[in-house]
Design a protein around this ligand. Structure first.
Ligand code: 5GP
Ligand code: ZN
Length: 112
């Protein structure tokens, strides 16, 4: 499968790793939209939140469990935002489920 995030997880494409455990990989977004912009992905390929079902919900939960830990590593004591884009209308460009962790400044309230 030609998935850029699977290649990053395998180390075939370099990335700035922030955190890793058995289930989750987190790395700096190449084109940051905030002082802290980290992408958090499951190590197994799930296309998007729309693909979550009984067979992979535990993996998705592992991603959520990692978020507070990664936020601490990034020094986001004052708060942060977690975003996931889904499909064409959601603006998803990489079809491997990922959560954007954004912070390090007072973020604007803006939907599009
Ligand atoms: P999406 O638009 O799918 O929600 O988010 C994809 C994100 O992946 C974008 O913010 C984009 O900057 C980031 N991205 C795309 N390719 C790479 C890459 O090769 N390395 C890193 N670190 N980030 C990437
Ligand atoms: Zn993938």
């Amino acid at each position: 499968m030609d998935c850029i995030f699977c290649k990053i997880i395998k180390g075939e494409i370099p990335s700035a790793k922030v955190y890793e455990n058995e289930h989750v990989y987190a790395f700096k977004d190449i084109n940051p939209n905030a002082p802290v912009h980290v992408l958090i992905v499951p190590k197994t390929h799930i296309a998007s939140v729309d693909e979550i079902d009984c067979s992979n919900v535990c993996t998705a939960a592992e991603v959520f469990k990692a978020i507070p830990h990664i936020a601490k590593i990034c020094g986001l004591e004052n708060g942060y935002r977690v975003i996931t884009n889904v499909g064409e209308d959601g603006g998803q460009t990489v079809k491997h489920m990922h959560f954007h962790l954004l912070g390090g400044t007072k973020l604007a309230v803006k939907l599009n």
